[in-house]
Structure formats: structure tokens, C-alpha cells
Design a protein around this ligand. Sequence first.
Ligand SMILES: [Zn+2]
Ligand SMILES: [Zn+2]
Length: 314
Amino acid sequence: MKSLLAALFPCDCRFCQASLFSVSRLPVCSSCIESIKPIEFARCNVCGDRLSAANAAFGDACCPECASEGPAFERAVNYGPYSGVLKQLVHLLKYDRVRAAANLLGRFTAEACLQLEGDIDVPELLLIPVPVHKLRMRSRGFNQAELIARAAHRGIEQSSGRHLTLDLTTLLRVRFAESQVALNAEERRKQIRGSFKVASRERVKGREILLVDDVLTTGATASECARELRLAGASRVWVVTPARALARVTAGFSEESERSALGSASASSRNELLVSPDPLSSGAAQGTLLQRRGISSTYGEQRIDGHERGTRLS
Ligand SMILES: [Zn+2]
Ligand SMILES: [Zn+2]
């Protein structure tokens, strides 16, 4: 009955309230969707986070964190910054449970996988969505990473020419995690330790794995999954997400690169990328502020807007 009503009376765009003239299971207008743009500026080749101008200039394309103690995965690729409409789309799926959003996120995920061409040299991959705990599964009714992986599955196979086997039973989440939103990178790593378990070593032994999640923030979750998988014998783990929370690196960025980084993000979502509402004039000043807030790295999710702290569950 509900879907019949929706078919007869198309609703407004959930993000910009523009009238929708065609009927779609995804209540988002085409101009909102078109505003989602890929990340364009210099990023770390391993974790995909934004590089400071100084690091980018050295040409090694690796952030200081990955250069010192890299994550357990080989490389994480993503489509767009976790802001604006892309962020709203993730929320639409995860919190408003509009499952149709997974199709579009899956398309972005498949497109992001193109960045892995040249890295992967095996004909077959195990496609594993980052699992949720069974309690979360019960309350939410689905695992958003699984829906995105399912939606991306064929697209990745078509564009890469590789065979992917979706696996939902090998990697398990054995510990229930509270929200990580208010934690810094180090605290996240500690909290997530031991949260996952590999049910069958046979299944992953010697295999290359493509891990899928909705958003990469510090990479702590993906890295912990990869650590478990590799302990169980997996050879290499790759990570793909439609969205990436990016560090705000002030020093050396031009107005133009700022603008392209923010894309069409609204004024309110711009603040998500900021460490503080005060504009920071230099990298040194930013470092001091980060330290004062107990943030030791340049990762992005500490900068998620205040009203979300502690209210969203991972
Ligand atoms: Zn719209
Ligand atoms: Zn990195």
C-alpha cells in the first residue's frame, strides 16, 4: 500500500526538497546526485587521506602515519569525500533505512575500485563487507556494508574482469562497539581491537580480499579486519568505500583546491571538515589545536560536527 501511494504521489527530494517528477525508490533529485564528485586533490596512496602540501611535494604520496606504521591493509580506495550529499546518502541508508540508497553507493564503490587496477594481479577476489554485530543487525535490520557490496559486486566484476565471491560468513564481528565518533585515531584502534574473528581459516588462506564498508574514517576498523584476515592466512587485503572522511590540512592549499575538495557541500557540512570554527592560518597552529584536543593524527573524523558526537552508532 505504501509503495502504491509513493508511486501515485512522488515525494520531494530528501536533501534539497525539490519536487521529484519521476517515481524512484530513491527519493533524491538528479541535481543532488550530480553534485557528488570524486576526490581530486593529493592523497595518501595507502589510506586515501588527504596529504598536506609538504608531503605531496615530496612525491612519495604517503602520509606520515602510513609511512611510520601502516595499516594492515594494502590500500584503501574511495570515491568521494564524506560530506555534502554523499554523506547524506550514507545516512539515508544507515539511519533512515532507505535501502535504495545502497544501489547508488554501490555504483560509486565500483567506480572507486578502478583505482586498484594495476595493484591487484589475481583473477579472483573474496568480497567481504565489514560485518556488524548481531545485536546491531537485529536493531537495524541489515548491514549497510553488505548492501553496498551486493550493489557493487557486478559493477566491479564488469570493470575489472575479475571474479568476485561474496562472503558473508567468514569474517564475524564478535564484540559490540559503542559509537567511535568521539574517539581519536589511537582510541579507535584500541577500542576496535579484538572485535572481529575469522570463522574459517581455510576460506581465506592464501586469498586476496576486497573489504567493503560505507565510510572510511581513521581506517581503524578496516585495518583491524585486515589484521584478523591476515592472521588467518589471507595474502593481501584491499579496502573500498564510497566515502572517505578527510583530514583538514590547512598549510599550502589554494582557494581553488579547497573549493573542489568541498564540492557542492552546503555551508553547514563545510564545518564538518574543520577542526574548529576559527580559521587556522598555519599548519603549526593547527597542530597545537589538535594536540590540545587530544587528537594526535591528521585524520578526519574527529572533525565531524559536534551535534553528532556520541549520538550516532557505528
Ligand atoms: Zn535534491
Ligand atoms: Zn596514509
